[in-house]
Design a protein around this ligand. Structure first.
Ligand SMILES: N[C@@H](CCC(=O)N[C@@H](CS)C(=O)NCC(=O)O)C(=O)O
Length: 238
């Protein structure tokens, strides 16, 4: 490897969150396209890195890591500096609370988004079943986001704080996706109901890391406050 890290990515996929964190931490990495147009995430080569066939994977000198939350936490712990601490350290009381909300983002919010985006994987091809699943998910996502808005209003350093955290980037990217995907449901969510999440998006959008990733993946000038469908220089989001 020419760089210590190789990020296997597709534009506007979960790999974007890892890319944002790598850029925020100013870590050198190589971005390796997973071409979704040919389902490269299910190629033997990719499955050797991630047997689940999901994007992202980060190759590191310690081996390949899959699962977005695990990669983010590993990077934040491995590369914490005075200037860039994207997760509270293990011996800090804030760690307790940052961890539970990080796992909530990963296990619940992100997992439910997968069901919203790929309903056929969960209830098959019947459009009525898919519509019922999506309606339930829209309800639960609205509740989750209201609770996240309350957490984002509480003045924690690790969520909507002065300096970006891995939770900020994870949540802002989920909010971006909710605004855009699935294409036939786009725009269903009332963003004005969660003003602190809007503030978080606005804050994250000012970061140099966001501008770099937006350029690399064709996300447009306002990827978090006014999300638009990506026009990536290579590869495809879906
Ligand atoms: N739990 C996984 C979910 C990753 C995930 O859903 N990745 C999507 C792209 S955003 C994917 O690989 N989709 C293609 C597929 O499932 O075949 C993580 O957090 O990394």
């Amino acid at each position: 490897m020419t760089h210590p890290y190789r990020l296997h990515y597709a534009p506007d996929n979960a790999s974007l969150i890892v890319r944002l964190a790598l850029e925020e931490m100013r870590l050198p990495y190589e971005a390796v396209l997973v071409d979704r147009r040919v389902a490269a995430q299910r190629s033997a080569r990719y499955l050797a890195l991630n047997p689940h066939g999901r994007i992202p994977v980060l190759e590191t000198p310690d081996g390949a890591i899959f699962e977005t939350g695990a990669i983010l936490l590993w990077l934040a712990d491995r590369h914490r500096t005075e200037a860039c601490a994207m997760m509270p350290p293990c011996d800090h009381p804030d760690r307790t609370h940052a961890l539970k909300w990080l796992f909530f983002l990963s296990n619940t919010l992100h997992a439910e988004l997968r069901m919203l985006f790929y309903p056929a994987l969960y209830v098959g091809d019947d459009p009525a079943h898919q519509a019922a699943l999506r309606a339930r998910l829209q309800g639960s996502l609205t509740t989750h986001l209201a609770r996240l808005d309350t957490a984002a209003a509480a003045g924690h350093a690790w969520l909507n704080g002065a300096a970006p955290s891995i939770l900020d980037y994870y949540l802002a990217t989920c909010l971006r996706w909710i605004a855009l995907y699935p294409v036939d449901l786009a725009g269903w969510r009332d963003r004005t109901a969660t003003p602190h999440l809007e503030a978080l998006c606005a804050r994250i959008e000012t970061r140099a890391a966001t501008a770099i990733c937006a350029r690399a993946e064709g996300l447009g000038p306002h990827p978090f406050t006014q999300p638009a469908y990506p026009t990536p220089p290579e590869g495809s989001a879906l």
